[in-house]
Design a protein around this ligand. Structure first.
Ligand SMILES: Cc1cc2nc3c(=O)[nH]c(=O)nc-3n(C[C@H](O)[C@H](O)[C@H](O)COP(=O)(O)O)c2cc1C
Length: 260
């Protein structure tokens, strides 16, 4: 059993990269993915338990609250939460804190994964993908140092009423967006979209992806497609795709990653 466990939700890889960098700083860390319900929920033997996830629609990505609730943590463990976002951190840390009271929490902005809403470069503060990545790595090293020395944030994460409202509306928007997923003529039927889907909601039939109803709106399929062959309506057609440069599709879909 590793000394530290980090539960991670990630769609483009930004949060997995953050989790890996924090894990490098801590050493002896198992990163357990929670893109769907995690396989390992018993964290009672870990000294430190972390949650690294993104802000989606002002709150937690769909299904992540259930994963957080499933995790069991020892009463004396040091618990931390890190949220990544494009413009604002939303209510995710506040939601997590109600489930597992947090010793330490922080947020960091990075390139946006929500390309049906805005280009990936729109983040606050505005930075290029390269500069944003450099900043994220620096922040991760700082978070890891804080966590290692047992720093306490000493205040509750904020609950923004507007973000809480947005988060409730978001779960209604996702199925509507899911109906707009399209395959364009660049598709080569490689199946990457089906492999990165955390819900097994995509099946390759006759060489093209067919989308089911169980979509959480993560957009991993759109972002990881090597041919930019998937779109959400017409708006994403001309928008550049983005995935974190240090995370592969195989890592993203693994159950867990151990960092020495
Ligand atoms: C469907 C979706 C919704 C998002 N909603 C928000 C949001 O409400 N506020 C925000 O600042 N960023 C939002 N983002 C941006 C992500 O939080 C940001 O890109 C983050 O770095 C993604 O990390 P990940 O790809 O590891 O999950 C959203 C991204 C996606 C895909």
């Amino acid at each position: 059993m590793a000394e530290n466990i980090i539960y991670c939700y990630s769609a483009t890889g930004n949060c997995l990269d953050m989790a890996k960098n924090i894990a490098k700083g801590l050493g002896d860390t198992e990163i357990v993915m929670m893109r769907s319900l995690p396989q390992k929920t018993d964290a009672t033997q870990a000294k430190r338990v972390g949650f690294v996830f993104s802000c989606n629609g002002g709150g937690l990505p769909m299904g992540v609250e259930d994963s957080m609730r499933a995790v069991r943590i020892a009463p004396d463990a040091y618990v931390f939460g890190i949220v990544q976002y494009a413009g604002y951190m939303g209510t995710g840390l506040w939601q997590l804190n109600r489930i597992h009271p947090l010793s330490y929490w922080a947020g960091a902005s990075h390139q946006s994964g929500c390309i049906w809403l805005m280009p990936h470069t729109l983040m606050f503060p505005p930075l290029s993908a390269k500069a944003a990545q450099k900043r994220s790595e620096k922040l991760a090293a700082g978070f890891a140092a804080d966590i290692k020395e047992g720093k306490l944030t000493g205040k509750q994460p904020p609950k923004n009423a507007l973000n809480a409202f947005e988060s409730r509306a978001f779960v209604k928007i996702i199925p509507m967006k899911a109906k707009k997923y399209r395959v364009n003529e660049s598709c080569i039927g490689c199946g990457t979209c089906a492999r990165v889907c955390p819900r097994q909601n995509i099946h390759i039939v006759g060489g093209i992806p067919i989308f089911g109803q169980d979509c959480i709106g993560c957009l991993s399929c759109i972002q990881f497609c090597p041919r930019a062959a998937l779109d959400v309506g017409g708006v994403t057609r001309k928008r550049e795709r983005y995935t974190n440069p240090n995370v592969t599709a195989a890592e993203l879909t693994s159950e867990s990653i151990y960092v020495e």
